[in-house]
Write a protein that binds this ligand. Structure first.
Ligand SMILES: C[S@@+](CC[C@H](N)C(=O)[O-])C[C@H]1O[C@@H](n2cnc3c(N)ncnc32)[C@H](O)[C@@H]1O
Length: 324
């Protein structure tokens, strides 16, 4: 069942309220701009998560970022199962932001977030940060690590990322926070990884440290499939030992180079569970919203990622080094 919210909201809300958990897709076009923040937060988002079936989708457009509001929406059913919205995708087109959310059982998305938080906290602890130090986060994404460092260690952080979408969300998340974090859209690319670490060395003060987590490859020549993937993505991948050597060659000392692939595999297990759930659901709501080409591209991308990880060719390295 699919509902289009808009003019009919007043007539149908009473009816909808009786049918919690019955809708596959909620489609809302040109509605959110007529609602106040309070109405979106307290009324619509909460009702939507109730109306949808687990696995059902909500497609909306808005003029402002509403991700925080949607992420904070939870509900528990009579059997104690807790659900929430998970962001599938969003796209900025002109002044509008188009969103696709899915209602999921809460622990599914939590697993991956928790893994990331645990990993990042462990890594940041290794830096021994002191108040007022300046941190540059290259490829900061939506800024989670930056808020954590600024708020818990009282450091000043500049986060840069290539993606306008990532930085927009990071900026929105910064609103109201009392910590020293700035975000900017910037491309650090020098194509060759060795040139990037040379830049890091140049930017640091004497005594400054670098912490990098990055994709790596297994030592030795890659398989033809993996080589094709590397070329298609334009990656410059090294094995963990060679990456450490690259840091030493750039002038860094006290270099730590560790293979942390197993830590990422926990996240991949969560991805596998989420993918199985989406696959199970594909014949109904997903099919009605996305074109098959898009669906196959998304699921195909996830599957290839899992294959690369289980074959052991794609590695994940943690590197820490100091500039004397
Ligand atoms: C895997 S995400 C990691 C995000 C964040 N650091 C975290 O730990 O959650 C990698 C990020 O690097 C950004 N990125 C990729 N290439 C970049 C480049 N050349 N310059 C700056 N950022 C880049 C991507 O847009 C993406 O947000």
């Amino acid at each position: 069942m699919s509902w289009n919210l808009g003019a009919g909201i007043g007539r149908f809300t009473g009816e909808l309220a009786k049918q919690a958990g019955s809708v596959d897709l909620i489609f809302s076009n040109w509605l959110l701009m007529y609602l106040s923040d309070k109405e979106v937060v307290e009324d619509l988002a909460e009702r939507m998560v109730k109306w949808l079936k687990v696995g059902g989708f909500s497609s909306l457009e808005s003029l402002v970022f509403i991700n925080q509001v949607f992420k904070e929406c939870h509900m528990s059913d009579d059997f104690g199962n807790s659900s929430e919205f998970s962001l599938i995708t969003f796209k900025c087109v002109g002044a509008y932001i188009y969103w696709l959310w899915q209602k999921v059982i809460r622990k599914m998305t939590r697993g991956s977030n928790v893994s990331w938080i645990i990993n990042n906290k462990e890594f940041v602890t290794k830096l021994d940060l002191k108040p007022s130090q300046k941190v540059l986060d290259v490829g900061c994404g939506i800024g989670g690590g930056d808020f954590y460092m600024a708020e818990d260690f009282d450091v000043e952080v500049v986060g840069i990322d290539l993606s306008i979408n990532m930085i927009s969300i990071a900026l929105e998340r910064a609103i109201g926070r009392k910590c020293l974090v700035e975000f900017e859209v910037a491309d650090c690319t020098k194509k060759r990884q060795a040139r990037v670490v040379q830049s890091f060395f140049k930017w640091l003060k004497p005594g400054g440290k670098v912490l990098i987590t990055d994709y790596c490859k297994r030592a030795g020549p890659p398989s033809p499939e993996f080589q094709e993937y590397i070329e298609q993505r334009g990656y410059d991948l090294h094995d963990v030992k060679a990456y450490g050597q690259m840091l030493k060659d750039a002038g860094f000392c006290e270099v730590i180079a560790e293979d942390r692939t197993e830590q990422v595999q926990i996240i991949h297990q969560v991805l596998q569970r989420e993918m199985d759930a989406v696959e199970k659901n594909k014949t109904n709501s997903f099919k009605t919203f996305l074109k098959w080409e898009d669906y196959n591209e998304i699921v195909g991308g996830w599957k290839s990622k899992l294959n690369r990880s289980s074959s052991g060719e794609q590695r994940w390295g943690l590197f820490i080094a100091k500039k004397n």
